[in-house]
Structures are given as structure tokens and as C-alpha cells.
Write a protein that binds this ligand. Structure first.
Ligand code: FE2
Length: 370
């Protein structure tokens, strides 16, 4: 078949959207907009011909989130929320040819969920196809090349809910990476899945000697499309106590998306604005900045702002990165966001893992899960 001659990565154009299935879409949309500075750009619900669901599209920079809730009890969305709590259902990719992407993925072993199909309205034709990945998570391939409407047919950009009181702009620009947690012992299988099904390459691997504290450990492999789509995958490793990944798997009741990293060109401005808007972050240990300045003081960074705002610093051979992690967004300790600025570094803050894990473990201990 000619399809296999075209590596899928050449059909992938980047992220399309991350869709969350939640209990109350209006409340989550308001939270993302008030806390993180997203703008609601489209809505679908009974008023637009979708009697069983309510969906809000939230955009900022090149980032698009969709939050969807069920309006009827027998909806698969309601069942998903009952099982997992609020969480990511679909990490959708923009592609140049949804049917070819789907055929390629399915012929390499991906479970097909929705065969290639078209949805139409006055604004054109949207071409879609969906495969399953870890847990109940999905990847939808989206070809927007013949569609000029807001998001999808069924959505409208009129009569949107009022914008909340505006805080300072947060300047979040693009999805940097989306991290999945998978069951212990399955990491290699999922790495192989992304390599064969999507034609991804292995970018990094961290084993439990690099990612561990006194109490807990994990292993992580990063796969990517060679360009913009970066998917780290974590599995729990044996430690003296329960790994944060194991806590996720138990409370989410299976594999799923752990965090979404949003990149900015100005993390000091972003975190300052987010804090003013009430977003709460994991706090670095008190000793962190003393250690960081001793280790990385040669970097030309606004150190006082970095320390005041609780931003973590790491250096790699190719440059530095600044990052910070929110507390979990959801009631269950599952999904959180990362804010990241890259000064050349392509990694994920390996030098911060120790500090970060200690912060996670303090939160786990407060929940009685360590
Ligand atoms: Fe990350």
C-alpha cells in the first residue's frame, strides 16, 4: 500500500486541541479563563443543536483546549467522569490527511475508534478520524484545510458567556508537551506503539536512578514527531513508598494524561500574572534557590524574580529552561499544568526532578497517599 511509503510524521502538522471531559464544562471554562487567561472562542450545546452536551473552546496564543460535559446521565461523557473524574479525553493532532493518518496508524496496530469521516456546515468540510491510545485516551486526526468555521460544525462563536474580570495577560503561547502516565511494566510497549503507529522517535529516556527520591521513583521515555509534538510517557517504579505515578493510576483509575506543559517567551510575566489571578503552584523546597544559584549562578537570569515566583531552573548542554508546575487542577490528584520557557534547552528539567518530587511527596503525604 502506498500509504506506508509516507512516514506519518510528515502528515502531522502539530497540536490541534486537547479536549477534557468534565463534570461541569461552564465552571471549568470559567476557571481556565479567569485563572489562566484563556478566551472562550466557541460554544456548542442545546442552543446550537447539540442537545446532550455542553462544550466550550478556550484559546490563547496557539493553544486550544476544549471542555465538554454531558447533559444527560446515559452519556459516555458522564460514564468517563464517573470513572476518572475530570480528565483529558482527546489529544488531537492537526494533519494534512486524516484518512491517510488513520489508515497508517490502524495498519500498524492502533485500535480504530472513529473511521475517517467528514462533518460539514456553511463554513466548509472538516475531516476527522480517531484512534485509541493509553487508558481511555484518544488521538483524533483533524484536517482543517477545507474548514473556515470556529472549531467544528455545531459550534458557534456568537452569544458566548461573558468574559470574567480580566487579570493581567498571561502570555501562554503553545503546547510544549503532553505527558501520559501508563501502568508499571508497560512503558516500552507504549513507546513502541508511538514509534510504529505514529512514526515517532525516542527523544529521551530517564530511568529510576535519575528520577527517584528516598521514597518514590518513576521511569520516563519521551517520544516525539521530530518537530513539535512531544509526548513524555511515565511509568511507576519500585520505591520505598507509593510513587506519584502510582497515586495517579489509582485515583484516575487507569492510565491517562498527567500534565500539559504550556510554553511562554516570558515566564516571569506569565507566572506573576497567573499568581495574581489566583493560580497555585507547587513550591520548591526552601534550600532550592541557594543550591540553584550555586549550581547555575553563571546563567544570566532574573534570579530575584525567579526565586520570588518559585520558578525552577535547569541547564543542559544546549541551553537553560525555566519551569513551574501548578497544583492539580482537578479534585482528584491527577491533572496539572506546567509553565515552561526554553532558552535553548530541549529537555524536561531533569535537574529539577529531585526538588519537584519532594514537593509532590509533601502533597501526597497531606492526602495520606504516600
Ligand atoms: Fe513536563
Amino acid at each position: 500500500m502506498a500509504l506506508t511509503a509516507v512516514p506519518l510524521s510528515t502528515q502531522l502538522l502539530g497540536w490541534d486541541a486537547v479536549e477534557l471531559w468534565v463534570g461541569n464544562a461552564r465552571a471549568v471554562a470559567a476557571f481556565l479563563s479567569a485563572g489562566f487567561g484563556f478566551h472562550v472562542t466557541a460554544y456548542a450545546g442545546p442552543e446550537t443543536g447539540c442537545p446532550d452536551t455542553a462544550s466550550y473552546v478556550l484559546e490563547q496564543g496557539r493553544i486550544r483546549f476544549v471542555v465538554t460535559a454531558a447533559l444527560v446521565p446515559d452519556s459516555p461523557i458522564a460514564a468517563h467522569v464517573r470513572e476518572h473524574g475530570d480528565g483529558v479525553r482527546d489529544v488531537a493532532f492537526a494533519v494534512s490527511d486524516a484518512a491517510a493518518a488513520y489508515e497508517r496508524a490502524v495498519s500498524h496496530g492502533a485500535p480504530g475508534v472513529e473511521e475517517p469521516h467528514e462533518v460539514k456546515d456553511a463554513y466548509g468540510v472538516l475531516r476527522l478520524a480517531t484512534i485509541a491510545t493509553y487508558g481511555e485516551t484518544r488521538h483524533t486526526f483533524v484536517d482543517r484545510s477545507s474548514y473556515a468555521g470556529v472549531y467544528r460544525p455545531g459550534f458557534e462563536g456568537e452569544k458566548l458567556p461573558p468574559e470574567p474580570v480580566l487579570g493581567p495577560p498571561t502570555g501562554l503561547d503553545v503546547i510544549d508537551h503532553v505527558v501520559g502516565n501508563v501502568e508499571q511494566g508497560s512503558l516500552e510497549r507504549w513507546v513502541d506503539f508511538y514509534r510504529s503507529v505514529l512514526g515517532f522517535e525516542r527523544l529521551r529516556h530517564f530511568d529510576d536512578s535519575q528520577i527517584s527520591t528516598e521514597y518514590s521513583a518513576l521511569m520516563s521515555t519521551v517520544v516525539w514527531d521530530g518537530s513539535s509534538i512531544v509526548l513524555p510517557l511515565n511509568e511507576p517504579a519500585e520505591g520505598r513508598r507509593k510513587s506519584q505515578i502510582q497515586e495517579y493510576l489509582e485515583t484516575y483509575r487507569g492510565p491517562g494524561v498527567q500534565h500539559i506543559a504550556l510554553r511562554t517567551e516570558n515566564i516571569v510575566g506569565a507566572v506573576s500574572a497567573l499568581r495574581q489571578r489566583g493560580v497555585r503552584f507547587l513550591e520548591a523546597p526552601a534550600s532550592y534557590y541557594e543550591d540553584a544559584r550555586a549550581r547555575l549562578g553563571h546563567l544570566d537570569l532574573p534570579w530575584d524574580d525567579v526565586a520570588r515566583l518559585g520558578i525552577l531552573v535547569d541547564e543542559e548542554p544546549d541551553g537553560w529552561l525555566l519551569q513551574v508546575f501548578t497544583e492539580t487542577l482537578t479534585d482528584r490528584p491527577t491533572l496539572f499544568l506546567e509553565i515552561i520557557q526554553r532558552g535553548g534547552a530541549k529537555g524536561f528539567g531533569a535537574g529539577n526532578f529531585q526538588a519537584l518530587f519532594q514537593a509532590f511527596e509533601r502533597e501526597q503525604a497531606r492526602r495520606g497517599h504516600l
